[in-house]
Design a protein. Structure first.
Length: 214
């Protein structure tokens, strides 16, 4: 697989964000990560991980076949709701001081619910970064933002039954299993897929946070 990343590519400028519809997404930080809005300058990084067929297969969207697919993701998908680029601080270099985008995470409308105060958590991360806890770290921060800043009363999350890594992220973030939605959607291989449905209520999150800080 060709790597289309350009290590000399400058980070998103403030002008990029002002001209970009996703500029309203606030910048979040964790111990190891920066979460910020996507901009079109990220297309090479997005293609680098989204062209891996394993990523789309696990997340439920088509493999990116070209840079245009990645640009369309940024302009059409990342501009819906609150969607962040995931950037490990360790990837920052002199030529690219902000670092490399390795995945995405967001809070988007839940198609199974009509309440605006309940959004759905979704995420994807490049395979080179699996097993390092970055998705869980990003998810916990986005969940915190959803409850504290957006005033959500609940956050939902789904995954395929065979996606054990995603299930671990969901469990580590404190979600409760609601049940299985059978024959919920057509997978990328054209086979009907079940979805495991989870929910984290604000009260449960607050109780867990209090225990952690006690």
């Amino acid at each position: 697989m060709d790597n289309h990343s350009d290590s000399t590519q400058p980070p998103c400028s403030e002008t990029d964000r002002l001209l970009d519809p996703v500029s309203t997404v606030p910048r979040l930080t964790t111990e190891r990560l920066v979460l910020r809005a996507f901009c079109l300058a990220d297309a090479d990084d997005v293609f680098a991980y989204s062209s891996d067929p394993r990523i789309g297969h696990d997340a439920g969207w088509p493999q990116h076949r070209s840079l245009d697919d990645s640009r369309s993701f940024i302009t059409d998908i990342a501009s819906q709701g609150h969607v962040w680029a995931i950037i490990p601080r360790e990837t920052a270099t002199e030529c690219n001081p902000e670092g490399t985008v390795i995945g995405s995470i967001g809070l988007i409308p839940d198609p199974a619910r009509s309440l605006d105060s309940v959004l759905m958590l979704g995420y994807a991360i490049g395979s080179d970064w699996w097993g390092r806890g970055f998705t869980t770290e990003a998810a916990k921060e986005v969940v915190r933002f959803g409850f504290e800043q957006l005033g959500l009363i609940g956050i939902s999350c789904t995954c395929y039954p065979w996606n054990a890594a995603s299930r671990r992220v969901i469990e580590k973030c404190g979600f409760s299993f609601e049940g299985t939605r059978h024959l919920a959607e057509i997978g990328q291989d054209g086979v009907p897929e079940d979805l495991l449905c989870h929910l984290l209520a604000k009260e449960a999150w607050e109780a867990s946070s209090e225990q952690t800080t006690a």
